[in-house]
Every structure is written in structure tokens, then in C-alpha cells.
Design a protein around this ligand. Structure first.
Ligand code: SP5
Ligand code: ZN
Length: 334
């Protein structure tokens, strides 16, 4: 499968993330792509399609924030990576605040997603990588893989979170719609619910979103991904959430996958985008499913049986020793 990757994506290298009352080494680090690139071999660098396709998904003010936040953080005299500490949980509205600490809270929902020196550059090129893979498939190819990093499925139109800054999968989907596709489906198989992708398309009928993920009652992102979230307005029925308990192995996973695939098929999409996270792996350090490396070949074979042009976008996956094998095994199933 043709694989796209931009070296600029290495530039994001936050020192740590904050959870459980302390700072821990960042799980989403550049070593992840070393493991993936070594396993997949040749990659193609994406061209620069500019900001326009990104602005189909994200708001201007959010993009302006993301581009400038690190510099503003340093100008405020701070050391290290930019972290928020106050969040507008009640009555979030577009106040025109200027202090960087207010902005960090306004545009972020967790403390796992710091803005470091190269964050904007890397996120920008991750989006370009997703766009290049999408262009390749729109050009008539059966499938392509975008080695996106940082990942994207937790961030929304105007907020970051869950190691995600730009919504690579949503940017790919909107690019396909702008190119004339009438209906697109996104299948999200990362261990965590893709709350950002869901949010972006929640009221839309033309982009169907299906996710299989850890029960949010026990796992991040907690507040989204519950089975009763099915879309709103014109998008009612165009969101499907299939939460599974911790400990789920392939025997428990496969029926949910079949359900999601049947559901996607019934929406008659012209293009499929897969948000692929390898953090469903049994050895993942921050997750609790029990999939084995060989299961990813079966997973991909089932997805490929839909017979749809498919763009695979990388999301999470933190077991570095097995990450390359998990990705390659998944891609081999197409
Ligand atoms: C793209 C993606 O997979 N994002 C996941 C973000 C999860 N952040 C959660 C941080 C808290 C992790 N708790 C780990 C406990 C380890 N013992
Ligand atoms: Zn994940």
C-alpha cells in the first residue's frame, strides 16, 4: 500500500503529559514513527496544499491560536511546553481574551496535550499527509496509508486534546466531499473514542462516523463515546458508538466490527476513512484490550471486504516494540 509521511511531523516532541497528579513522559513521541517507518519501508512526502483544506474543518481563531500559542507562551516568560490550567466548563463562549493561560483553557480540554515548539509544524504536516493519501485515493487508487503524527481524532473544530491538534481524518473527509464525493464514512478503531471526529460531523448526514472503543465509563475520554450518542438534527443516525469493556479480545471485538461494517455499508459511502489506532493491542501501555498482532490482518480483511476506496489514517498506538509489526500486519490485510 502506498504510504505517505512528512519528516516535518517529527518536530512535535513534548517533554511530558500531566495525568494522575503528575507529569509523565509523553506516550505520543517521535519514536512511534521510527518504529512504523522501519516496518513499512518506502514512503512518499506530501505536497503542501496550504491552509484552505484545514480551514474546512477548523475555525480561523483556533488555527491562529495553534500557530502562535508556543511563541506567546515563551513571550509570557514561561519555560518548557505550554499547558492549560483553567477550563471554561460552564458557558464556554468566544470571549476575546488575550492572556495565553486563558487561551490554553479555552482551546483545550485536557492536560495531556501540551503545545511544544514544533507542535504546529508537525500537526500541519500530519494534515498534509492525510490530504496526500486522500488525493491518491481520489485519483482512482484502491487505498493509501497516511502516517499521521500527531494523531487527530480527539480534537474538534476549535479545540485540542488527547494528543490531537488537527483532525487529520476530518480534514481528509472534507477534502473528499469538496472533490465531489456525496457520502463518506469514517471507521474509528483506535482504543479511545474519537470524540473530536464525532463532534465535527455530529449534525451531518453526509459523513457517517462509526467507532469501536473502550467503554468511556472506564476510559478516556470519559464524556463521549457512549452508545446513546447517535447524532443530531440532519445527522441523527449518522453516528454509531460501540463501546466495549476492558479486556476485550478478538472474540469480543469481531462482532462489533461486523456490526460497524454493516452499518457503514447501509450508509452507502463512496469513500472510507479508517482512523487506525494500534492501542487496542494487548501490550499497549496505556490501554486495556487484548488484540494480538495477527488480529490486525483479520480486521483489515473484514474492512477491505466492504470494497470501498480506503484512506487509512494513523491515530494512537504506544507499544513501541510491537507498533511496526501491528501497522504492517494491518496494512497487509488490504
Ligand atoms: C490518539 C490517542 O490514542 N490518544 C489517547 C489519549 C489518552 N490520554 C490519556 C492520558 C491518561 C493515561 N493514563 C495512563 C495510565 C497508565 N498506567
Ligand atoms: Zn487511542
Amino acid at each position: 500500500m502506498r504510504c505517505f509521511w512528512g519528516e516535518q511531523q517529527r518536530a512535535h516532541s513534548p517533554a511530558g503529559e500531566f495525568f494522575n497528579g503528575g507529569v509523565h513522559p509523553a506516550a505520543e513521541h517521535p519514536g512511534r514513527v521510527d518504529a512504523i517507518l522501519e516496518a513499512i519501508g518506502t514512503t512518499v512526502a506530501p505536497p503542501d496544499l496550504g491552509l484552505d483544506p484545514i480551514l474546512r474543518v477548523h475555525s480561523h481563531d483556533y488555527i491562529e491560536f495553534l500557530r502562535t500559542a508556543y511563541d506567546r507562551w515563551r513571550e509570557a516568560g514561561r519555560e518548557g511546553d505550554a499547558f492549560p490550567y483553567t477550563f471554561p466548563v460552564i458557558g464556554r463562549r468566544p470571549l476575546n481574551l488575550s492572556r495565553i493561560d486563558a487561551l490554553l483553557g479555552q482551546y483545550g480540554f485536557d492536560t495531556s496535550t501540551p503545545i511544544a515548539e514544533g507542535t504546529w509544524t508537525a500537526a500541519y504536516w500530519a494534515a498534509q499527509t492525510a490530504l496526500a493519501a486522500t488525493e491518491f485515493v481520489l485519483g482512482g487508487e484502491r487505498s493509501a496509508f497516511a502516517v499521521c503524527r500527531p494523531p487527530g481524532h480527539h480534537c474538534g473544530r476549535d479545540y485540542l486534546g488527547g494528543y490531537s491538534y488537527l483532525s487529520n481524518a476530518a480534514i481528509a473527509a472534507e477534502h473528499a466531499i469538496a472533490a465531489g464525493k456525496k457520502r463518506v464514512a469514517i471507521l474509528d478503531v483506535d482504543y479511545h473514542h474519537g470524540n473530536g471526529t464525532q463532534d465535527i460531523f455530529y449534525a451531518r448526514a453526509d459523513v457517517a462516523y462509526a467507532s469501536i472503543h473502550a467503554e468511556p465509563g472506564t476510559d478516556y475520554p470519559f464524556f463521549w463515546g457512549h452508545a446513546d450518542e447517535t447524532g443530531s438534527g440532519k445527522g441523527e443516525g449518522a453516528t454509531l458508538n460501540l463501546p466495549l469493556p476492558r479486556g476485550t479480545d478478538w472474540n469480543g471485538y469481531e462482532p462489533a466490527l461486523f456490526k460497524a461494517l454493516d452499518w457503514i455499508d447501509s450508509h452507502e459511502p463512496e469513500l472510507l476513512i479508517v482512523s487506525y489506532g494500534a492501542d487496542t493491542y494487548e501490550g499497549d501501555p496505556i490501554s486495556h484490550f487484548g488484540l494480538r498482532t495477527s488480529d490486525y490482518a483479520t480486521m483489515a480483511k473484514r474492512i477491505a471486504a466492504l470494497g470501498l476506496p480506503t484512506v487509512v489514517v494513523m491515530e494512537g498506538g504506544y507499544a513501541i516494540d510491537a507498533l511496526g509489526a501491528n501497522v504492517v500486519t494491518f496494512l497487509s490485510g488490504f
